[in-house]
Design a protein around this ligand. Sequence first.
Ligand code: ZN
Length: 268
Amino acid sequence: MRYIEPHGHMVSRTTDDYLAMVTAGCEAVCEPAFWAGFDRSSADGFHDYFCQLTEHEPKRAAKFGLPHYAWLCINPKESEDLGLAADVMALIPDFIDQPNVLGIGEIGLNKNSRNELKVLERHIQIAAEYDQLILVHTPHLEDKHKGTRLIMDALKNESRIRPERCIIDHVEEHTIGMVLDEGFWAGMTLYPESKCSSSRAIDMLEQFGTNGIWMNSACDWGISRPLAVPHALLEMKQRGHPTDWIDKVAFQNPIQFMSQCSKFKVPA
Ligand SMILES: [Zn+2]
């Protein structure tokens, strides 16, 4: 089964993970900028991270024949320090024309704080100024519903942003409907232990249909599965879903969204 991994933090993964993904049918991987598991002490740390995302990781992926794409931002977890956030966002234009950069992400909110919201709004402006796609992280647990609402309002407040060019990730049963209803794309992140499981993700697809939705593993430095997507595809098969239904979710939909950026090359 072919698939695209639209959200994998590959700088944290091993070469064995790359090999396993390619063997399982992965045809492209996309890597949003995110938290490293610790707070970086200066914008220089982000400069090096952006070099890693745009120069070094694509070369590592290419050794396995896998096209690698990236998204740029400062993660909401590190957005409390407005001075640091401004310094990091000032770096983005230097990297935005790199051939593997698809847009701005994963931006969003973590604790729905005032400073996070300010940094989110500035990221949205940068995306509008440079006509970039947007990938959004939504908060977890009790902050999710309110955070998703705040994020969608911030996106809609910028008149140059079109919802069909934004994907709102980490949706769950209580947020997917509002995201799709307002014209945004929805991403379902599969987790091995907590949050959204593959069973819940497939239940949501059965309930909401397959338009405007993708699923991703979001594999990172924590407990996570780089093969979460192909495992979910197996489960779809076991439930009796036809091959074209599975292909739409795992392959065609990510292509449809990311092809809105001319740098994304549709896998042959
Ligand atoms: Zn992520």
